[in-house]
Structures are given as C-alpha cells and as structure tokens.
Design a protein around this ligand. Structure first.
Ligand SMILES: *Cc1c(COP(=O)(O)O)cnc(C)c1O
Length: 391
C-alpha cells in the first residue's frame, strides 16, 4: 500500500463554478465569486472585513504594510513556523526577534515573549500551529499593555476557535491560507482578516495596487487613482470560484479530518503521553495536522524510514527559522530549546479528506509495530503485502 502525506480534496463543483465565472466575463479580481467568498467568511465567522488574496503570504505582507512597519521596528515571531510569518516583515526592513515554542506544543510560550518586548517592538505574530490556538487572552493582554499589534498567522487554522471565538478574529489582523496543503484550498490562495476599523479603508487600497478601485467599483467615486502603497494582492475570480466550491463543503471536510485525527489519537493512546499532540482546553481542533513527538532526532528518522519502507509518507515540519541558512547569521544566539525539539523530533502522519479506513488502519498498525505495541508483522489483506519488521 502506498499512502502519500496529502491528497487535496475536490468537491466536484469547482469546474462548474469556474465555467460560470468565465461565462460572467469577469475573471480578474473582486468579482462575483470573490464577493461570495467574502460574504461566506463574514457571515460564518462574524469577521469585520476580509479580503481574498493570492496566498497567506500576501495577507501577511499586506499586514506589514498596513501596520506601517519600518526599518528599526522589531517583530516577535515564533521560530517554529513557515518563512512567510517572518519574511513579510523583513521585506519592510523590520528586525525579527524569534521566540521559542512551549513545552507541550509548538505554539509560542507567552511567558517567554515578555522579556523580548522593548520600546522598538511593533508587533507579535501568533502562529496557531496545526490549527491549535495560542493563548490569545494572555497575548492580547501583553500586547495591550505595551501598545503592540498582534497578527494571527492562522494559515492552518481555518474554522478553528479559541474559547469559542474564531481564530483570525482576535488579533488586530488575521491571515489564513488556502494553499493545497491546507484543509480548504484553491491551489494558492489566502485571506486577510481586518478586525480593527482603523485599517478597513486602507486595506482595500493596498489590496488593489495602491488604488481606490474597490471604492470605484462600488460607485463611491467617479474615477480611481493612486492613493497609497500597495500591490496586486487580490486573487483572480477563477481561484475564488474554486475556493467557493470548497467553502460550501466546509462542514463535511472538517468533520472528516477531525474524525481521522481522533482515530489516530484514540488508537495511539497506548504510546507514552509525551509522543501525543497536546491541544489546550481553550482550543478547538480543526483536524489540520496529526503529529507525534519522538524522543530523539534518531528515533524520528527511524520511524520515518520504517513508515517510508512500508509505503507511508510521514514527514517532519519546519527547519527552525533561527537556524535556517538565511537567518542563522542574523540570529542573536539565544538557544530555543523547544523549537529545536519540535524541529528534530516532530513527525506528521498522513491526514486528508479521502483517507480510507484501510489506510488509517495500516498506518496505525505500522506506528504501533515500530514502537513494539503490536508484535506481529502486519499483513494487509487487500494487496497481501508482507511487512517485515526490523529489530
Ligand atoms: C502555509 C503557511 C503559510 C503560507 O501560506 P501560503 O498561502 O502558502 O502563502 C504561512 N504560515 C503558516 C504557519 C503556514 O502554515
């Protein structure tokens, strides 16, 4: 059996909506389907203002422009994240101050951020790793005290909550991704969420290449012109049409992923607790990612190759950004122990909409076999593949 790490879900309605967008003869941005997607997010989650972008990276870059990030500003970012969480601010000349993950999961530890805050700190990027919420009350209190902006990198956190509040709606700005690797996708796509009224007007201008074209298309002004900085952050109607098909299936996608997550968790519970993912009481679970945290880098590599030899693609995640080839010369030398642990020991199991009961069973049995929780080599009935367990 061969099981890849991810298989993007398709509802079957994507091509229908794309053809419809073509028939409407408006395939550039900010048309009918962009409007449908915007309204979907505003109704379902009560977001104040949203803008569909070409990626979550775009949304993060828009956030950096909106907050007027300047050279000399400091931005606090977890090191265990994707490059865009930091890169978007470096593009504006900011200095990145990396912070460590907590002990129990890869999310930032708010206590460790406190000593990093100073008069140059302009913003904190909260990454909700695997769709699991950071402790937002603690973080917002800290930010308020020091007059700092909070941007939620909710790239993986669609349809997830903190104490019942949708992620992306709590910081000043939020960013979601619709990259192929995420729960809901349109290939490449993203969303900027504006939670502070002060930013609404300017966010539309930045989105439309620095012009007030969005106001023009609503008939509010008779011509549009260059107003501010911006770029081409808005996504084409073809992508928006694809995305809308997926949004309509949100509930079935999410419940299926959550069920897979729960099955992995329940059936691997026999493992010592340190291996299992930790979701704090204040966070929901959107089934984005199921991972194990091995005891050592060596054990992780062995598990990964054992699964790979048996056709299962399990993968680690981030190379900590403070140790990346680009940033290591810029880092201030602080050791980030938990980031290092997750960087070397975390391994993710396949999780996607169309994973079958047989595939899940096969994966679980092999993980158990590796940890000697089951003794017998697994034979799989469907293709009668004999799996030989190495000592
Ligand atoms: C996927 C991801 C991004 C980037 O999203 P794109 O839509 O590919 O730009 C940023 N941050 C995190 C935490 C991600 O997981």
């Amino acid at each position: 059996m061969e099981i890849g790490f991810n298989k993007p879900y398709q509802t079957g309605k994507e091509t229908y909506y794309i053809s419809d967008a073509i028939k409407r003869q408006h395939i550039s941005g900010n048309g009918y389907y962009t409007g449908l997607c915007h309204r979907f997010f505003e109704h379902r989650y009560g977001y104040l203002k949203v803008l569909l972008t070409n990626s979550c990276t775009d949304a993060l870059e828009m956030a950096a422009i909106l907050l007027n990030i300047q050279p000399g500003d400091e931005i606090i970012v977890p090191s265990y994240t994707f490059t865009s969480s930091a890169n978007a601010f470096i593009l504006r000349g900011a200095k990145i101050v990396f912070t460590d993950s907590g002990d129990s999961n890869p999310n930032m530890n708010i206590e460790l951020i406190k000593p990093l805050v100073n008069s140059r700190t302009k913003a904190i990027v909260a990454v909700h790793y695997g769709g699991v919420a950071c402790d937002m009350d603690e973080l917002m209190a800290l930010a308020k005290k020091h007059n700092i902006f909070v941007i939620e990198d909710a790239a993986q956190a669609i349809d997830a909550c903190y104490k019942g509040r949708p992620l992306g709606s709590i910081g000043h700005l939020g960013c979601i991704s619709f990259h192929e690797s995420k729960n809901i996708t349109c290939g490449e796509g993203g969303l900027l969420i504006v939670n502070d009224e002060r930013f609404i007007r300017r966010s539309e201008i930045i989105w439309e290449k620095g012009t007030n074209r969005a106001a023009f298309s609503r008939g509010e002004v008779s011509k549009y012109e260059w107003k501010d900085l911006g770029s081409s952050f808005l996504t084409s109607e073809l992508n928006a049409a694809f995305l809308f098909a997926q949004l309509e299936d949100m509930d079935i996608i999410q419940s299926k992923r959550r069920a897979t997550w729960n099955e992995y968790y329940d059936k691997l519970r026999e493992l010592d607790g340190d291996y299992l993912p930790v979701i704090p009481w204040y966070s929901s679970n959107n089934g984005h990612s199921f991972y194990l945290v091995c005891k050592s880098a060596k054990e992780k590599k062995q598990l990964q190759s054992y699964l790979s030899e048996n056709g299962i693609q399990a993968i680690g995640h981030y190379v900590p950004l403070h140790r990346s080839s680009y940033f290591k010369k810029l880092h201030d030398g602080r050791l980030l122990h938990n980031t290092y642990k997750f960087g070397t020991c975390l391994i993710r199991l396949p999780i996607f909409y169309s994973i079958t009961p047989e595939e899940k069973e096969y994966i679980i049995e092999h993980v158990k076999c590796f940890f000697h929780l089951v003794r017998k080599p697994v034979t799989h009935s469907r293709d009668s593949m004999l799996v030989v367990v190495r000592a």
